[in-house]
Design a protein around this ligand. Structure first.
Ligand SMILES: C[S@@+](CC[C@H](N)C(=O)[O-])C[C@H]1O[C@@H](n2cnc3c(N)ncnc32)[C@H](O)[C@@H]1O
Length: 261
């Protein structure tokens, strides 16, 4: 496995731009609808990233509610804090998903989107969720299965090499297929499983895969260990497909909801 992604300042800005696209905003809307938050609720966001979901949740729970967030990247927390600076119900801090700095039964709802695929010790991470969730509380987890990536190319072996190298930045690029059983093993009862497909049939700056092209090319030619020329050629082909109107990218996210019994 290759080294993980460094969520430094440049990466924090990159993630923020990609996560503001309508593609990812749509995924957030589905997540928010599933959470069905109510004013006054206490919510925890694990791996808060740029704070886009935290902002939306804070508006729903209101001033009498609370949105706590943890992330292990200070640059990410800085972006989230800036976004939510006028919302007194928000508080973010540096902590790992496997060691949550909260008392037992502190939250009515917990959410973690696109984070657990980076986490090695999932049984510990989910035990922490079960510990800090109130009895009857809800947890929502969204992750990607990278086997669902369909990316048009004339060079299938090169696309496979690029995606294999890219998967090295994650601990589990196929987490959704085992997530339900992992949640149940942690004492949480799974109440829903949803698939959220993402489709880009043209390449433009306001779509998810546009920003991902540069991120993937940069990673695979660096920590991913592929030759620079291979990453450049892969990127050039995708841009050419975008210009000729032949671009196609699709991937599935999976959203799980569970309750603490
Ligand atoms: C792809 S971003 C997703 C951000 C956010 N949840 C969202 O969906 O907008 C992944 C985030 O998870 C954080 N992260 C990764 N591993 C973590 C861990 N073990 N504990 C806490 N945060 C972690 C990263 O720093 C990064 O901010």
């Amino acid at each position: 496995m290759s080294p993980g992604l460094e969520f430094d300042e440049a990466m924090a800005r990159g993630v923020e731009a990609i996560y503001r696209t309508p593609d990812v905003a749509g995924q957030r809307s589905v997540t928010l609808a599933a959470m069905a938050l109510r004013p006054g609720e206490r919510v925890l966001d694990i791996g808060i990233g740029p704070g886009l979901l935290a902002y939306d949740m804070a508006l729903i729970v209101g001033e009498k509610g609370r949105v706590e967030g943890v992330d292990k990247s200070d640059p990410m927390i800085a972006v989230a804090e800036n976004r939510c600076r006028d919302l007194a119900q928000c508080a973010f801090q540096n902590a790992d998903a496997t060691e949550l700095p909260f008392d037992d039964a502190s939250f009515d709802a917990i959410v973690s989107t696109q984070v657990y695929e980076y986490v090695a010790d999932m049984s510990r991470a989910l035990a922490e969720v079960a510990r800090v969730l109130s009895p009857g509380g809800r947890v929502f987890v969204l992750d990607t299965d990278w086997d669902t990536a369909i990316w048009h190319t004339a060079d299938v072996p090169r696309m496979r090499r690029v995606l294999d190298a890219w998967e090295g930045h994650l601990h589990d690029p196929r987490l959704p297929r085992t997530l339900g059983a992992k949640l149940e093993a942690a004492g949480l009862r799974v109440t829903r499983r949803d698939v959220i497909p993402l489709l880009n049939s043209s390449l433009h700056p306001n779509c998810y895969s546009h920003g991902m092209l540069a991120a993937i090319a940069g990673y695979v030619a660096g920590p991913g260990g592929l030759p620079q020329e291979e990453a450049d050629a892969w990127l050039a082909e995708q841009r050419a497909l975008g210009e000729s109107g032949e671009y196609f990218f699709s991937i599935n996210r999976y959203l799980f909801g569970a309750t603490r019994v």
